[in-house]
Design a protein around this ligand. Structure first.
Ligand SMILES: [Zn+2]
Length: 343
């Protein structure tokens, strides 16, 4: 097959950032996606309230409106759920256009220093209850940073918390974001229809060896940290299996080059400039190119109850070289060849 046409993508997990970086990175996703979930862990202003949602939405729209050939792209807005988020704030955020709430457990990733302490606290339980009542999904960075737990184990030790939440709020839609382990994939498969997971393109490519096994590769460092071969195999199997519980959330997470290449480098992989091209390569290698569109453009919309995107993109099989750097950021697969191009 030399050409593939896909319905415009839904990227259900994006970090668009703010300020100049937003202007730099947003056009890539908007080029091929009809929608993208804008994650709320922005700085200096995090997205915590309805007012923040409106402010961030305006900022994104301003960048889109400034683009030549304004693409048909809709940002899907979220708020960050913290210990002090109230049921009233959920309703207010929903009225302002938020379609989901995101939880970062304390200390597990970029800008999670004010993350949630306690998933079973009385106050946050009322908030989760409100989310269930008004039909706002809960998106979870599913890792726990606890004493004597290696970074490679953080996702696995979170899974009992996920199961407790699923049990306590049986009608709450929950997405375990960027799953990275075989055990998480198995857990999601066993949960009800209201529990799903996103999978990134880079977790379908990388193992821990690609991060620290042959020199330290800061541009492969991300949270959750890429794991072992059996874990990666399980992710590829889940993404290409046609199971609607698994859909695309790229977690494209740009940081300026100097923030990655330093003594305490930031975590995050910038896949937006190569995403559909890379996914075509992965699905083709797995022998399931025919299932790519379900993963990128159908299952996410089905889970969130959204209409399918209009319009399509075409990929052609033609080798190209990913640039070493795109403006201030080093993209995933920089300086290497990809087999598919966006037409
Ligand atoms: Zn993320």
């Amino acid at each position: 097959m030399e050409r593939v046409t896909l319905r415009r993508l839904d990227d259900m997990h994006c970090h668009f950032r703010t300020g100049p970086l937003l202007t730099e990175v947003l056009p890539f996703t908007a080029q091929y996606a009809g929608r993208g979930i804008a994650m709320p862990n922005t700085r200096p202003r995090a997205i915590l309230t309805g007012k923040d949602v409106a402010w961030y939405h305006d900022g994104i729209m301003r960048v889109l409106d400034g683009l030549l050939n304004r693409p048909t792209f809709e940002p899907l807005m979220t708020i960050e759920i913290r210990d002090n988020t109230t049921p009233e704030m959920i309703v207010e955020a929903q009225n302002a256009g938020a379609m989901a709430g995101k939880v970062y457990p304390l200390g597990v990733t970029t800008n999670s220093n004010e993350g949630l302490h306690n998933f079973s606290g009385r106050r946050v339980s009322r908030t989760f209850q409100a989310m269930q009542d008004v039909g706002i999904p809960l998106l979870i960075h599913g890792e726990l940073d606890q004493e004597r737990t290696l970074v490679t184990q953080r996702e696995e030790v979170f899974l009992p918390t996920l199961l407790r939440l699923a049990c306590k709020f049986p009608n709450l839609k929950i997405v375990l974001e960027h799953v990275s382990t075989k055990v998480a994939v198995e857990t999601i498969k066993q949960c009800g229809e209201n529990i799903a997971a996103t999978i990134t393109a880079h977790h379908l490519c990388l193992t821990l060896n690609d991060v620290i096994g042959d020199g330290i590769k800061p541009h492969h460092a991300c949270m959750p940290i890429p794991k072992g071969f059996a874990d990666r195999d399980a992710l590829i199997e889940a993404a290409t299996s046609g199971n609607p519980k698994f859909f695309l959330g790229s977690d494209t997470a740009p940081h300026p080059k100097e923030r990655k290449e330093c003594a305490r480098g930031a975590c995050g992989v910038y896949t937006a400039p190569v995403l559909p091209q890379l996914l075509a390569e992965i699905f083709e290698k797995a022998g399931h190119l025919d299932r790519l569109e379900n993963f990128t453009s159908r299952f996410g919309a089905m889970f969130y109850g959204l209409p399918l995107n209009e319009g399509s993109i075409t990929l052609t099989k033609k080798e190209w070289m990913v640039p070493n750097q795109i403006k201030s950021v080093v993209p995933f697969r920089a300086g290497t060849k990809l087999q598919w191009q966006l037409a």
